[in-house]
Design a binder for this molecule. Sequence first.
Ligand SMILES: C[S@@+](CC[C@H](N)C(=O)[O-])C[C@H]1O[C@@H](n2cnc3c(N)ncnc32)[C@H](O)[C@@H]1O
Ligand code: SF4
Length: 232
Amino acid sequence: MERYSKILDKDKREIVLLIGNGCKWSKCKFCNYHLDRNNVEEEQFKINNEILNKVTGEFQVLEAINSGSIFELNKRSFGKLLEVCIKKNVKRLIIESHYMYKKQIEELRNKCKELNIQLQVKGGVETFNADFREKVLNKGFGYPTIEELKKVFDVVNLLVGVQGQTIEQIENDINIGIQNFDRVCVNVYKEMDDIMPADEELKSRFIKEIYSKYKDYENVDILIENTDFGVG
Ligand SMILES: C[S@@+](CC[C@H](N)C(=O)[O-])C[C@H]1O[C@@H](n2cnc3c(N)ncnc32)[C@H](O)[C@@H]1O
Ligand code: SF4
């Protein structure tokens, strides 16, 4: 598994895929990334320390993800992440989190402000169709409004190509994302063991009909393969 990379297209940044204690929710029907976990403190820190030591700070922007939410890193690993940001003069830190951590997100924003680091929080909204998100994807967000989501997230992850979605829904989600958030990250769904089926025809239609319209937007990242950022 690759855990360090540089994103040289659009918003240039270093990216690290850390390992955490495991996603506390772990119930999204489309996700098995949460299997990447290690809650033995020494082992987790050893892996994360090695990855974080690769960060150079060359773009002053670091994206740190962990197959869950950032609050699921152990204390030592989290401390190392902030230490590296300070040492390497990282001015903007991008992290991922589930909506259930909104209180901790607020606290982390304040902490980062004190350290002169801008925090950008990326949330797995997946779709703005809240019924689909809850009843089909089982995301566990409840029913926050877009205004409420905007208070917590700066960047949204959208999911494209699960069964039950329509092409109209996908384009509508991208547009709502662009209009309301700093960035949109579109993840083309990869079916794996024990998760819900993909709609391969819908994925092909997305690539043919929608991908080319948005691929050059500065504020839109489209991951056709889940390893397109170079980690995973
Ligand atoms: C693994 S989650 C981690 C962040 C956090 N737990 C959350 O849900 O917001 C990050 C994103 O990965 C994407 N993802 C999860 N499973 C996927 C799959 N099988 N194929 C493509 N993208 C996937 C989803 O868009 C999800 O929001
Ligand atoms: S998408 Fe995020 S919240 Fe849902 S199971 Fe995967 S890691 Fe956990």
